[in-house]
Write a protein of this length. Structure first.
Length: 281
């Protein structure tokens, strides 16, 4: 029997009242999920603003804990990981966030973002090995090392910065990548490129990806399966093709219908998915 890479068991997150309100917010309600170790997949978590997507990402990365329920990584509750296991989890579960600028320190050259994990996780024994790993990671996201290394973050485009983030994740050879709106702040012309880097990460290195987005178009191009969240609850799930072509829940229907599919498809569908047709519905 295959061991689970990730299992979320009925996780809920309740934010207690804020300064101006006495109401508690249920950001996520009894959310469950299983990803198998030997079946790498790309799963989209879709939903509009406030549906609980980021709360889920924060929970998976251990930045916030579930109010009830649990998150297990390779069978162990992440809240209880210590020592080597915690280190392995921190290395094997990586994230790429929405704002490609936020993770960079403006005072360091972009190399810093790559050399820190190499040092922290002891990924190379010599400087030459470190350089070759960095170059390999950059090449695999379609960047030429000579174009980006030695530069400061503001000297790069948003698309280049986000691809460096993906390269950083790649360097660590994660088992699971949490990509929270990774292309929503990137120029449309570069989106396909970055999403393709993510798919390559999945295809070539067996990385499972949880792709969090409000945008069903990119989800359709990138993901195998989808879970639709509405106000913290799962309203629909299944393989992305069936859910988008034939949405059952009213909310998913609204999400699908609000998108001008044909135009978006024509522009960058084919490089990412080979089997699609022009209009999914
Ligand atoms: N730290 C917090 N304290 C109180 N309420 C919060 C907190 N973080 C999120 N919430 C609330 O929880 C709900 C879910 O928020 P969350 O950020 O997970 O949604 P989201 O789907 O990621 O939205 P967006 O796409 O806008 O980022 C929202 O109603 C939000 O206001």
């Amino acid at each position: 029997m295959s061991e689970n890479l990730l299992e979320i068991r009925r996780a809920s997150k309740v934010y207690q009242r804020g300064l101006l309100t006495s109401k508690a917010t249920i950001a996520l309600k009894e959310f469950s999920l299983v990803l198998k170790q030997d079946e790498p997949t790309i799963l989209t978590i879709a939903g509009e603003s406030g549906s609980g997507k980021t709360t889920l990402a924060m929970m998976l990365l251990g930045f916030t804990t579930a109010t009830t329920g649990e998150v297990l990584y390779k069978g162990k509750n992440i809240a209880g990981l210590v020592g080597k296991e915690r280190m392995a989890y921190r290395r094997e579960v990586q994230a790429v966030f929405q704002d490609p600028f936020a993770v960079f320190n403006p005072f360091y050259k972009v190399d810093h973002l790559l050399t820190v994990p190499i040092r922290q996780f002891k990924l190379a024994r010599t400087k030459a090995e470190a350089t070759s790993k960095m170059e390999e990671a950059l090449n695999s996201v379609g960047l030429r090392p000579e174009d980006v290394l030695g530069r400061f973050p503001h000297q790069l485009s948003g698309g280049q910065r986000q691809r460096i983030n993906v390269a950083r994740a790649l360097l660590l050879k994660p088992r699971l990548l949490i990509a929270d709106e990774p292309v929503s702040m990137v120029d449309a012309s570069l989106r396909a490129n970055i999403l393709e880097s993510l798919r390559n990460l999945h295809r070539d290195h067996g990385v499972s990806i949880i792709y969090i987005t409000h945008d069903l178009t990119t989800a359709y191009h990138v993901a195998d399966n989808i879970i639709v969240l509405y106000k913290g609850e799962v309203v629909e799930k299944g393989d992305v093709e069936s859910v988008i072509r034939n949405p059952q829940h009213r909310y998913t229907q609204l999400l699908v219908d609000s998108i001008p599919w044909p135009n978006l498809d024509q522009r960058w569908g084919h490089s990412i998915r080979t089997s699609e047709t022009t209009n999914p519905r």
